[in-house]
Design a protein around this ligand. Structure first.
Ligand code: SF4
Length: 430
């Protein structure tokens, strides 16, 4: 690695130090990796690369990234709430009456705030807050996903308690989405009598703190919670599996699938499970290009394109928040790659590479025993409309039709198998 290397992840954060130590905090696991570099990576076209990156920096100050600069990733929390897209009380509702207390506009009124960024980033989406008004140090990194998972999803509106829970997760090495999703699920199980834990109820901040501690230590109820919502539901039996909030064992992120149905498809078919970083299909729902509560077949192409772009961004290793800045996505990716490596890979070849990355993930899953019934959502989301919005309803039959259309668009079999998709021969990538 050289001093010029910039690695930026979202929910896979990377910290660079002079000693080249990196800490990856990924979904459910914290891993420390030390890399000792002993030579400098040469750029193929250094002068042109510097000019290109300067121009890109300028563009990154534009409107496409303004909300991340000003309010961080939580910028849309209140908009989500208005659209009934803010998952609440383990996806029993899509809006949280106390959402304003968790919104960044409100958080910054009551406490110190600081902005930070990954190395060389011009956007700076990382917003840190002090725990309360008396604490001068802004040291809790707040993301939308953490606010939703440990706030509205658990029915907790006390901002200080939610910030404390975020800090607790960071210190314990727990992923906030998976931890919050599993605890919200357990809260509902306890309320329904599927689990004996009288202390564990929606809205109780002290219960959230205790559950996080027990989960990290695998103590008491934590022995079950540490397994995540899928395995916990299997252990509890009964109706628990109907509302365990996961896809392929990965807890759902903060996008209510019934209110954002293009995203619903993206979450169901993604190889990694309910991962909003491998499918940003919610952009189509918010863009007005589709009817977000009934997108029909239009959802399929949006999901395919979103997955392909995310796969390429992750492979080229640049921040996903730049995607809105690139007017010609594949063309600019081709140019960046050329300036750094000297490779002449056309935009169309990169498009094929992206597609092949998605196919490779699929084949990996198949070898690991993937079954078609795993491409789905929690049963309750396919059976019940959102209580606040009768139009926010998924039909099991129509959803299955969309999944089959997605398989066809990918060139997979009707059953979703990618066996016959040959890896690219001849090699689009050097
Ligand atoms: S915008 Fe991207 S690179 Fe910048 S701070 Fe946020 S995650 Fe890091």
């Amino acid at each position: 690695m050289s001093d010029k290397d910039v690695l930026s992840f979202h929910y896979g954060w990377t910290y660079q130090t002079p000693a080249r130590n990196f800490v990856f905090e990924n979904r459910g696991v914290a891993t420390s990796v030390a890399v000792r570099g002993n030579r400098r990576c040469e750029w193929a076209h250094p002068q042109a690369l510097v000019e290109y990156s300067r121009a890109l920096s300028q563009r990154s100050f534009g409107p496409a990234t303004a909300k991340y600069r000003e309010l961080g990733t939580a910028a849309n929390l209140l908009a989500f709430n208005r659209l009934h897209a803010l998952p609440t009380r383990n996806f029993q509702r899509g809006s949280f009456p106390e959402a304003e207390q968790l919104a960044p506009e409100q958080l910054s009124q009551a406490r110190a705030r600081a902005r930070k960024s990954c190395a060389a980033c011009t956007i700076g989406c990382e917003h840190l807050y002090a725990l309360d008004s008396t604490s001068g140090s802004a040291n809790v990194r707040v993301e939308y996903e953490s606010l939703f998972a440990l706030g509205s999803l658990c029915g907790i509106s006390d901002a200080q308690a939610v910030l404390a829970a975020i800090k607790q997760c960071d210190e314990l090495g727990l992923d906030t989405i998976s931890a919050g999703g599993t605890i919200a699920f357990a809260m509902e199980c306890a309320e329904r009598g599927l689990l004996y834990a009288p202390w564990l109820r929606f809205g109780r901040a002290e219960a959230l703190a205790r559950a996080l501690d027990e989960m990290a230590a695998r103590r008491g109820l934590g022995e079950l919670l540490a397994e995540g919502s899928r395995r916990a539901a299997e252990a509890l039996g009964g109706e628990a599996a109907a509302f365990a909030p996961h896809v392929k064992g990965l807890e759902l992120p903060g996008y209510e699938p019934r209110a954002l149905q293009t995203m619903a498809l993206g979450l169901a078919v993604n190889a990694r499970g309910a991962d909003h970083n491998r499918s940003g299909a919610y952009e189509a729902d918010f863009s007005g290009q589709v009817d977000r509560r009934n997108p029909g077949l239009a959802a399929v192409q949006h999901v395919v394109q979103s997955e392909d772009r995310a796969a390429l961004i992750d492979s080229l290793i640049f921040c996903k928040f730049l995607r809105g800045v690139l007017a010609d996505f594949y063309g600019e990716c081709s140019r960046m790659l050329h300036l750094v490596t000297g490779w002449n890979v056309t935009p169309e070849e990169l498009r094929l590479c992206a597609r092949e990355i998605v196919n490779a993930r699929k084949r990996f899953n198949q070898r690991a025993g993937w079954r078609a019934e795993e491409d789905t959502l929690p049963p309750r989301l396919l059976e019940q409309a959102l209580p606040e919005d009768e139009r926010a309803r998924l039909s099991r039959q129509q959803f299955a039709g969309l999944i089959r259309a997605y398989y066809r668009a990918r060139g997979w079999s009707e059953e979703g198998m990618c066996d016959e998709c040959e890896p690219l021969s001849g090699g689009a990538c050097p």
